[in-house]
Design a protein around this ligand. Structure first.
Ligand SMILES: [Cu+2]
Length: 219
């Protein structure tokens, strides 16, 4: 935003200089015309700068408490990913006390295929790095087991279900997705940093489905 303001000022200076250069040509504007022009340009510059500055401040400032804040929580085996209302990935859900929070819990069947692959790949890489998995084949074996024995036989559903809960906010956020999106709406009435976790046993990777201090409510 400062760049736009600087550009305006530079444009004004160039204009003033070129006006002065004009005065050496055959058309001779009077000194009072220059003064009026300069004042008009300065005023215009200040107005434009003010508008640009105001826009920058109003865009960057956090929304006032009590507003509706929407976030998407995506899940696949065995991970969560958070996206803001513009579907930009974020590390945490950060809101103010008193905000109305809308969480849209999306299972893999409701996210773009590339994104689902990316999240799964990210999880596999991290699990291999942490020594939890040997390779991708081992992950696929666990996934198949969870699908066949847990989802289909035990739960009687087609896809591996996952739960979404927030520690300390379980009375408001504790839902299960069986392949369908779930929307939760609640008021953030407790200040603090809370863990987001999977509340339903979902097979081998269930214990890893936790985002520590990922729900932040500021007072
Ligand atoms: Cu789970």
């Amino acid at each position: 935003m400062m760049c736009i303001y600087t550009l305006c000022m530079q444009y004004m200076l160039i204009y003033i200089k070129s006006s002065q250069a004009l005065s050496t040509l055959r058309w001779k504007p009077t000194a009072s015309m220059f003064r009026l022009e300069t004042i008009a340009i300065l005023v215009a510059g200040l107005i434009i700068g003010g508008i640009v500055g105001w826009l920058a401040v109003s865009t960057l400032a956090p929304p006032p408490a009590g507003t509706v804040r929407t976030f998407y929580v995506l899940t696949t085996e065995w991970t969560f990913a958070i996206f803001d209302s513009e579907f930009k990935r974020v590390d945490k859900i950060e809101v103010n006390k008193g905000d109305r929070v809308m969480l849209i819990f999306l299972p893999l069947t409701f996210m773009p295929h590339e994104l689902y692959e990316e999240l799964e790949h990210e999880f596999i890489e991290e699990a291999i790095k942490a020594g939890l998995l040997k390779n991708e084949e081992e992950f696929e074996k666990y996934e198949e087991e969870a699908e066949e024995t847990l989802a289909k036989e035990a739960y009687g559903v087609e896809f591996i279900p996952h739960g979404l809960a927030i520690r300390g906010y379980e009375d408001k956020v504790n839902v299960i997705s069986e392949g369908r999106p779930v929307t939760i709406s609640f008021t953030a009435d407790k200040v603090g940093e809370f863990d987001i976790y999977c509340s339903l046993f979902c097979g081998w990777g269930h214990a890893f489905m936790k985002l520590e201090k990922a729900f932040v409510v500021k007072g």
